[in-house]
Design a binder for this molecule. Structure first.
Ligand code: CTP
Length: 398
């Protein structure tokens, strides 16, 4: 799923100090062209004014079950029926208890009771309230019913305690919600993805690396996770936050990447090597910083193992995808690697371009298999990731 444009989202706001952050969540849905309705409980109104949500969502806010002016013709049954997703953020212990036990004493709880849409709750409360057996039982009831629980996060709480009970950040909630809005066409599929550069140390302060930012691999991991997959991302050093819901393994050298990939490979269905693995490492690593005594410094480099070549030899029925980073003869060189490394697919990108390949937010890729060659236009790396996943899906379904 590349976009949530046109999806019907209901955000329910209940009475917690984190309610102000829900404005940012609402903005994220609006910016991504979702159709948003906001419903607030009476308690929520003590923390934030309905007018703020109205300004962001561009439509009237649902406040009361008997509100005659709330979107004429849109009663709570209709609202519940039309929703692609209902998110309660923040979700207080009180509202969690009510929906766990089927109460319908306000507009929000009535919508939840009348709805068959996916529901996501983002708990926010004092840490002792979160740890209370009553809340634990209520959360378990909701989880069993298929409600998705996002958070709470650990940290400083409004009541000056700290512990588990903070509402997750709006960006995290938004990202987590995308999976609930997708078709989940990769559910029950385990991905192993590598990303980023490797760093090969020379001495304690110096290393050799390459220009990979890791963005393409991270967007692949993100897209696969949104589409329902279980994803492990083995990443070299990058400046990127780990994608929501993805298992992260951080490594530094090609050897560490090789060890991590080998460990996880047996458990995966699809492996995508998007990492720019360093081909060479320094033969010797000086224990102390190398001093600038010599006018010419010679360092000998020895070859790193080719991880993907090794995987190709033991791939069995796994689907193996490589990337080809080229500066010349793109298709010819990539095709050679496809066969040499025994891959199902190779994604070729020209890393000499300024709008594609390394360190950009966009990419222009060729998806090559034994029988097919698809050239995708220049697009965001997130869209390119979906394009690659679409091709993998089509080929696996053949
Ligand atoms: N790769 C790997 N281990 C290495 C080098 C590369 O697993 N030591 C993987 C990359 O992750 C990528 C594919 O092999 O999926 C091709 O990498 P690329 O750098 O394009 O080519 P190389 O095989 O390294 O060959 P060359 O550098 O000569 O182009």
């Amino acid at each position: 799923m590349e976009t949530i444009a046109g999806k019907n989202i209901i955000i329910g706001v209940t009475g917690g100090i984190a309610a102000y952050k829900t404005l940012i969540l609402a903005r994220l849905f609006i910016n991504n062209e979702a159709i948003l309705k906001v419903v607030m409980t009476k308690a929520a109104e003590s923390f934030i004014g309905p007018l703020s949500f109205q300004a962001i969502s561009g439509s009237k806010i649902g406040l009361d079950i008997l509100d005659p002016v709330f979107d004429s013709g849109m009663d709570h049954i209709e609202l519940a029926r039309d929703a692609d997703l209902i998110i309660i953020a923040p979700a207080t212990a009180n509202t969690i208890a009510k929906i766990a036990h089927g109460f319908s004493d306000n507009l929000l709880t009535s919508i939840i009771l009348a709805s068959t849409s996916p529901v996501m709750i983002c708990p926010a409360m004092n840490n002792n309230m979160w740890a209370n057996q009553a809340t634990i039982d209520n959360i378990n009831i909701l989880k069993k019913r298929g409600v998705h629980v996002c958070g709470p996060a650990y940290g400083e709480l409004a009541c000056s305690d700290s512990g588990a009970g903070r509402m997750e950040e709006p960006e995290f909630i938004f990202e987590d919600s995308l999976r609930l809005l997708s078709e989940n066409d990769f559910s029950d599929t385990r991905f192993l993805i590598s990303a980023g550069p490797t760093q090969e140390p020379i001495d304690p302060v110096r290393y050799i690396t390459n220009r990979s930012s890791g963005k393409m691999g991270y967007e692949l991991a993100r897209a696969a996770r949104i589409r329902g997959a279980e994803v492990t991302l083995v990443s070299g050093p990058t400046n990127l936050p780990g994608p929501v819901g993805v298992e992260m393994i951080n490594i530094r050298t090609a050897k560490e990447m090789s060890d991590a990939i080998k460990k996880k490979f047996t458990d995966c269905d699809i492996c995508i090597m998007a990492a720019a693995v360093g081909d060479y490492r320094s033969q010797k690593q000086s224990e102390q910083k190398i001093k600038k005594d010599m006018d010419v410094l010679n360092i000998n480099f020895e070859k790193n193992p080719d991880i993907l070549l090794g995987l190709g030899k033991q791939k069995g029925d796994k689907f193996l995808v490589g990337f080809a980073a080229e500066t010349q003869d793109l298709i010819k060189n990539a095709t050679k690697k496809l066969f040499k490394k025994n891959l199902n697919m190779i994604v070729a990108n020209d890393v000499s371009r300024t709008d594609a390949g390394f360190q950009t937010n966009t990419n222009q890729v060729h998806i090559l298999t034994e029988k097919t060659a698809i050239k995708l236009p220049l697009m965001s790396k997130f869209r390119a990731a979906h394009g690659i996943l679409n091709s993998i899906k089509a080929m696996r379904n053949e």
